[in-house]
Each structure stands twice: as C-alpha cells, then as structure tokens.
Design a protein around this ligand. Sequence first.
Ligand SMILES: [Zn+2]
Length: 443
Amino acid sequence: MLIIGNGRMITRDAAAPFFADGAVAIDGQLIVKIGTASKLIELYPQADFIDAKGGVIMPAFINTHEHIYSAMARGLSVNGYSPKGFLDILDGMWWNIDRHLTLEQTRQSARATYIECIKNGVTTVFDHHASYGEIEGSLFAIEDAAKEMGVRSCLCYEVSDRDGKEKAVRAVKENEAFIKHTLADGTDMISGMMGLHASFTLSDETLALCAASKPAEVGYHIHVAEGIEDLHHCLKHYGKRIIDRLMDNGILGPKTITAHCIYVNSHEMELLKETDTMVVHNPESNMGNACGCPPTMEIVHRGILTGLGTDGYTHDMIESYKVANILHKHHLCDATAAWGEVPQMLFEGNAKIAARYFKKPLGVLKEGAAADVIVMDYDPYTPFDETNCNGHILFGMTGRNVVTTVCSGRVLMKGRELVGIDEEKVMADIREESAKLWKSING
Ligand SMILES: [Zn+2]
C-alpha cells in the first residue's frame, strides 16, 4: 500500500472536492481511500508514504490527441523544406518523417514521448500514429514502450491513401490486429481505435474497408477540417461537407474522436451532438500551423463532449490549457470567454473521453478510481481551494511543477527522478535512432 499526503489536494470529485491537508491511499491499481493525511496514516500504518511536502496533490492529466511519431522532429531541419501552407507542412515535414520511420525509431519515439508525459504528469494518452516506413507491428512497438514506461495508452494507426492503396490496406490491417489484441487484454492499460488520417486523403473505398475491418466495440480517431483544404476537397469531390461525409460513411458515434473541427458549421455541430461524437481541441497546433481558430466554445455550449489535446506540439497539458484560454479570448474579442469551458475540457471532458475506452474512473481522486495521481511543487501565496484552483493552475503552474507521477498505482517518477528507468541509457538510445532518422531524411 501507498499513501501520498501532506499537501493541498484537489480531487475533481464533487462529493469532496478539496482537502487543505489531503492524502490518498492506494492499494494495487486503485485508490482505496481519500481523506486527511493523519487519518489515512492511522488507518494504514504499514503503508509506504510519499511526502507531498506542502505541494498540490491532484489527478494525473489525460491527453486526448497526441502524435508519438513527431517526437524526433525536435530541432530537425529538412533539406529543401520551404512550405507555402498547411499542406506543404504536412507533406514536407510530417509525412516525410513518417515515411522514414523504422519500427525501432517508432519505439524510441514512443519512449521519448512517454518520458515527457511522465515529467508533465500525463498518465493517459490517446495517440494517433503513422509510420509508412514500417507499418506492421508499429502499434505493438508503441505498446512495448507504453508498458516499459507505465503510461496508459489508447493507440491507432492513421489510415491514409496518401502513399497508395497497398499501404492504406496494410494500415487498416495494423489497426485491426492491434484492436483485436487490446480487446483481449484485461489490464485496462491499453486500448485501440481505428485511426483515419483525414477526409482529403481517404477514398470511399478505403473508408468501407475500415468499416468492414473494425470491431464494433471501438470507434474512429480522425482529423476533421483541420485545414480549409480538407473542407474544399470534400465539397469538390463528394459534394458535401466533411461531417456529412463521415455521417454517410458510418464514422460518427459515441466512440469516435474528431480532432480539430475548425471548419464545421452549425449543421455539422448538430450532427456531432446527435451522434454523441467526441471533439478534441488542439490550440497550439492550430495556431502554429495557421489553420484558424475552431468554434470550440460553441461546440462546448452545444453540449458536445469536448476534450483538450496537444497534437504532439507539447506534452504539457497545462501549456495547452493556457493557450486555449487566450486563443478563444483573442479570437472572439471577448476577455470573458473560455474561463469555464477550457477547464471543463481538460478536467471533465478528457476524463469522460477516457471513460469510453478505459474501465476504471480516470481524472478523479476517489475511492475505486484508478490510482493516477500527481504531486506538484506549487506553494500558493494567495488563498487556494476548490473554488479557485483552476486559476492557480492557469497562472501559477506548468507541467514542470510535477515532481511525482503515479499511474495505476505504479510510481513512475518520484522527486523528479524516473523510477526503474535508466533515463541516461534510454536518452542515448533515442538520440542514436533520431540521428539515423535525420540522416535517412536528409541523406
Ligand atoms: Zn493530429
């Protein structure tokens, strides 16, 4: 047993949202009790104790849209790369990387990403993977890294016709094999979805193959209207808007994640709501690619289940949270916008999205929830409780405040040291493979 205590504790459980001197007791993979530190120590005198040292104890973060394959792009300069717009960025940078990724480089990209997740207190990741260099086994290679690092993951391979029909079919089969594998897994630590790149690189024929190959228990994870080009392509080739096309192909539904949704209109939002489809907002990525600002506030107001992701841009959910907060204020010319919606997306939306793929409650500290807990070394100099903690997180914290990360009862990081992982050795392995990848890209 393990007790984490001696800190201000935010639980995200309405029944007991805040403890000034809180503690959480963990047995195996579950939280068995929350309360004051003295009470829990009295109840479980034999338990190991992690001292939060007056910091903040809270549920670990969930990231609902991530890209492991982009890990080795950091600092990379591609020869001859001079993008004129979003499609050039995709083709010249991201698809270029994924076309060169070997299985080993995929595995090392996953290790790199998971280490950053742990350091930023993220213990559940919904990843969207592509490695057209080596397709078969890539999701299994990521799963190996997820198990090694101890991060809960929902994985998919992004099916696309961009590299030809034959590779698209192989990508569908990778999803199919991995989904079947995860459905037979009882750990509640790994899950799978049918990944789709985006409407403009997917033919109706390929979508039909995906539908025929997808077990009914899971949904799709797809980029929707990230660039205006995706919408124009859909109107030109199919005579309809993207969400209508997805509806007609049976892709929408409560198990499906649509990332971005920048160019969606009122009618499309109605369809998302009617089908209970999930939306994930990725503010930094949208700004960085100059793709536009999605109508996320309206999407949230319409009651569509909306989460917050990073799209590989960062692994720090608080960074994404800060940017979402200012993006929508700026875009709507309304300083009162986004105060409630963005915390709702990060702290409630992401937990509800995770609940559609994992059994144990996540994103909450309560009896029976998954033991996913973080400690932040944050010492507020103004009053702090459940009524204003989101303001403290927004203006006072970053992911680098995380000192301890626990996932499913396993201590992954303690006192900013990874537990059971030789970080120096892992980093050396990652650097070796990233150098090889860069060489294969630039010659
Ligand atoms: Zn993405």
